[in-house]
Design a protein around this ligand. Structure first.
Ligand code: C2E
Ligand code: MG
Length: 589
């Protein structure tokens, strides 16, 4: 009996032990299940595609990103990946993911890491990085992680966009400037915090871009931004506003004298560093407009508008100038802004436009042989204004055609007077725009005008900018041929920045190339520019054209272009634009 009881007790203990072990086992299973589910969830929501293969090439698991990337059907499990999913590097043949794994198996040990490989799924190809883990710990499973680089690039882009960073220069952009400056202004209501806002703008950037191309121009922007970045501190902030315009906010500047001094020092340093960089071929200048907070405005928009206004005034003083906003200028700004299309129309009706004539000299003899007619507007409020204030508005509105009409009639009238009173025979160059060239029967109408006025068309030369011609070379060829037949000569204005090729120029009925002043500005000092002029001269002369050097401001520039073989010169040194009465003194017989 005792033995039996002992046996029963042992069975009971065994059962209890078995129950206890089962409980422990289930607990372990639960923990494992929980861990597996957490892992699965983590994998499921990973942005990278994760595929787990069993060693017989079947898909054991694919997370959400993988199902999307590989376009897997709902019942994808325990089947190989579809055959249309292939991988290909630059020069290798196409292979499936599993083939790659097998090939790599023979070469390397535990993990495989292949970057920037093309993954084709049906019609779509992605650039991907692939990581494969076939280590011992993963037992019979192979873990494959696929990172879509395109998506990563998009995410980077979105991040930069969110932080409002400019892609090219890595500086913060306009909207960040807007946000930050408005924050300063708001904070200054509690504790006054004056600051200066500098608007830097690279001068004649359109010309730099057409001369040195997008890559050359972008290099300059990046360099500018990089140097500007050096000024950033807890006190100062820098932004790329747009195009070639940059902003620097300098906190704690109290007065105009200090603001101008810092502006001058900063721009001198930036320009000095750019121009001494041997990787940059262009010679760069920048102008600066300055505004002070709170003196010149109480919100971002007012400050920026006035900074642009100050910049405009700086530019009027000449390239590389600096100007701080003043309230007098604010008044003028409002008036200048008020130039409306209707005003140009009234100006034409009231005969407010006049012509000035700038002498063109023959470099061989030094005498005046021609004049460029340059339009001016005797504005009732603003005084005499130059074309840069209204030509682009006139061009956009189409009123340039009427202005061009006035210029032609007036130049013909003036030329007839000079003939009648025996002034020396000179030609008159007239600027015309592509808009006029595109008018129907432009050449025929000109012929009629010359016939009606009984004047020799040979006294006139039409100037059209190289850029306008290269934009529609075929049209130019047709119209120019008619003009030439009529006896009117043609010049390519602002030559050297329009990107025309020898093929474009060959056969184009043009008699003169007017080399843009951006190329001639450094002609007496820069070897590069001298070589450029030599090449233009050789090209022009070979094609039977003469070459005029424009924008000559000093004697040494004049001597240089003469020595380099140009035929004609024009610029402030040989003579500024003058009204007809002043000009005719130069051509008295
Ligand atoms: P453009 O044809 O290149 O004319 C030369 C411009 O350079 C003129 O400016 C002239 O005053 C200026 N200039 C001449 N020599 C020098 C110099 O040594 N240094 C500097 N810094 N500048 C010099 P302006 O009169 O302000 O004319 C500007 C532009 O307006 C002209 O450039 C031309 O494209 C346009 N324009 C002028 N008159 C007419 C016109 O009647 N019709 C059309 N369609 N455009 C015109
Ligand atoms: Mg011109």
């Amino acid at each position: 009996m005792g033995m039996f009881l002992c046996f029963l007790a042992m069975i009971a203990i065994f059962i209890l032990f078995a129950i206890w072990q089962t409980k422990i086992y289930h607990k372990k299973i639960d923990v494992l299940k929980c861990e597996a589910s957490l892992l699965k969830n983590a994998n499921e929501y990973s942005d990278d595609a994760i595929v787990i293969f069993s060693k017989n090439n079947e898909v054991y698991f694919a997370n959400k990103a993988a199902r999307k990337l590989l376009q897997l059907e709902i019942h994808y499990r325990h089947k190989p990946l579809p055959k249309e999913i292939i991988l290909q590097t630059g020069n290798s043949y196409a292979q499936t993911i599993f083939e790659m794994i097998e090939k790599q198996n023979k070469i390397t040990a535990e993990t495989i890491h292949v970057e920037n490989i093309a993954l084709t799924v049906g019609d779509t190809t992605h650039s991907v990085n692939i990581y494969i883990d076939k280590s011992e710990e993963s037992k019979d499973l192979i873990v494959c992680v696929i990172q879509d680089i395109n998506i990563k690039a998009k995410e980077d882009f979105e991040r930069k966009n969110k932080e409002k960073i400019d892609e090219l220069t890595e500086l913060s952009g306009y909207s960040k400037a807007y946000e930050d400056i408005n924050k300063f202004i708001l904070a200054s209501q509690k504790q006054p915090g004056p600051f200066a806002l500098y608007l830097f703008s690279i001068d004649r950037f359109d010309i730099i871009r057409s001369t040195y191309g997008h890559i050359g121009a972008d290099k300059i922007l990046q360099k500018f931004a990089h140097i500007l970045q050096g000024y950033v501190s807890t006190q100062n902030l820098a932004y790329r506003f747009d195009g070639e315009n940059f902003i620097l906010v300098y906190q704690g500047i109290k007065d105009r004298v200090e603001a101008i001094r810092i502006g001058e020092e900063t721009i001198a340093e930036i320009i000095g560093l750019i121009n001494s960089d041997s990787n940059i071929n262009a010679r760069v200048e920048a102008s600066v407009g300055i505004v002070l907070f709170p003196e010149h405005g109480h919100n971002f928009n007012d400050l920026i508008d006035r900074a642009f206004n100050a910049l405009e005034y700086a530019r009027e003083k000449g390239e590389g100038s600096i100007c701080i906003f003043t309230n007098d200028k604010q008044k003028k700004e409002q008036q200048t802004d008020a130039i409306k299309i209707s005003e140009i129309r009234t100006g034409l009706a009231h005969k407010e436009f006049i012509l000035h004539y700038q002498p063109i000299i023959d470099l061989a003899t030094g005498s005046v042989v021609g004049a460029e007619a340059l339009v001016r507007w005797k504005h009732p409020r603003l005084g005499l204004i130059k074309p840069d204030k209204f030509i682009s508005l006139a061009t956009r509105s189409g009123l340039i055609v009427e202005i061009g009409d006035f210029v032609l009639h007036e130049a013909i009238r003036q030329r007839k007077i000079w003939s009648k009173f025996d002034f020396r025979d000179i030609w008159i160059s007239i600027n015309f725009s592509s808009r006029e060239l595109n008018m129907s029967h432009f050449a025929i109408r000109l012929e009629e005008l010359f016939n009606m006025n009984q004047i020799d068309p040979g006294f006139f030369n039409l100037e059209i900018s190289e850029i306008d011609v290269t934009n529609d070379i075929e049209k130019a060829n047709v119209e120019f041929a008619i003009l030439k037949k009529i006896g009117i000569s043609l010049s390519l204005d602002r030559f050297g920045i329009g990107g025309s090729s020898i093929k474009d120029l060959h056969g184009l009925p043009v008699s003169m190339l007017k080399v843009d002043r951006s190329i001639l500005g450094y002609i007496d000092t820069s070897k590069d520019h001298q070589e450029m002029i030599k090449a233009i001269n050789a090209l022009g002369h070979t094609l039977g054209m003469t070459v005029l050097a424009e924008g000559i401001e000093t004697k040494s520039q004049l001597d240089a272009v003469k020595q380099l073989g140009c035929d004609f010169a024009q610029g402030y040194y040989p003579g500024k634009p003058l009204d007809a009465f002043e000009f005719q003194v130069l051509i008295r017989s």
